[in-house]
Design a protein around this ligand. Structure first.
Ligand SMILES: [Zn+2]
Length: 313
């Protein structure tokens, strides 16, 4: 079945390719006449595309609120949207493990850019097992994410050089907002006494956040949600929390709550009450139209939730 789908996709792509050749390709890529169609996997990248492309792009992200990119596989309608896109952005670094193959195939026909693979490799954290060379969760270090945003800008300029000045100006404005966001996160985390700067979540998404802003980070599951947390992990983490009297642990919107609840119960059986400090947006952003539906709003929500719970405010 998988091979059949691939064959159909390939045939469809070849047909598209042939069509654009037949029309000379110029009418089809005249972006004075129509906006650039941008499709992204995670919504964090779509947000960057909208901020930089403005009215000149139509941006869609495949993964909505609550989607887990580690486990996400393309649906039929996703395949159509990917085929019709002028540019495709994804995070890469094995985040979208189950879409990698289809994305690489599409990369033979159109710009398909893994923004995570455009950031300085020296700043990437290693993955935790052999399958993952690097930790993909780069958006948690705002300064590192700024490099991914620059990759979006540069790709728009490559595809539509006539509007270079527009994309550069929009990107500069957005990057300035992100620089301010970085300063906000540093200042807020700085309010937590150093011995209370411990962040415990459902999966290991926050290591870049911890490195950038000075928190110790522990996740119940590994870097990918594909591996289930074992009983030993729960017991070891429960011991740590009870011994160090960590005030709060956190749920993630894109990971089921049951593991964090099991952890809370294991801590309670050791005679210590740890609070659920709230819900963090880890791999997926919030609902479009709400503050958490933007990258900046998502980061601010996370920081405010973490600081509030660890300070007991
Ligand atoms: Zn993740």
């Amino acid at each position: 079945m998988r091979y059949l789908k691939t064959a159909i996709l390939l045939l469809f792509s070849l047909t598209l390719f042939a069509c654009s050749d037949a029309t000379g390709g110029t009418a089809d890529t005249n972006f004075d006449e129509r906006p650039i169609r941008v499709v992204t996997t995670i919504a964090q990248i779509a947000d960057a595309g909208e901020n930089i492309g403005g009215e000149h792009v139509v941006v869609e992200s495949l993964m909505g609120p609550g989607s887990d990119p580690h486990l996400y596989a393309a649906t039929e309608s996703d395949t159509n949207r990917l085929s019709q896109a002028d540019i495709i952005f994804y995070n890469g670094l094995d985040l979208e493990a189950r879409m990698e193959r289809v994305l690489r195939q599409l990369g033979q026909q159109k710009p398909v850019v893994a923004v995570g693979e455009r950031v300085a490799q020296a700043r990437l954290l290693d993955g935790e097992d052999e399958d993952e060379e690097f930790d993909p969760h780069i958006w948690f270090d705002v300064q590192l994410w700024m490099q991914a945003v620059e990759a979006v800008r540069d790709t728009l300029i490559e595809v539509n050089p006539e509007r270079t000045a527009v994309y550069e100006a929009n990107a500069a404005a957005y990057l300035a907002e992100l620089a301010a966001l970085h300063a906000y996160v540093e200042a807020e985390i700085g309010r937590i006494p150093p011995d209370r700067r411990v962040l415990i979540t459902a999966h290991d998404a926050f290591r870049y956040f911890g490195r950038a802003y000075g928190l110790e980070v522990l996740g119940l599951q590994g870097i990918s949600t594909e591996a289930e947390a074992g009983t030993a992990d729960v017991q070891a983490l429960a011991n740590f929390i009870a011994e160090n009297q960590i005030p709060a642990i956190f749920i993630e919107t894109s990971v089921p709550d049951r593991n964090i609840e099991a952890l809370q119960a294991a801590v309670a059986s050791r005679g210590f009450q740890v609070e659920i400090g709230g819900e963090l947006f880890s791999d997926a952003m919030g609902t479009p139209g709400t503050p958490e539906g933007t990258y900046i709003g998502m980061v601010r929500h996370n920081v405010d939730t973490i600081v509030g719970a660890l300070l007991g405010e």
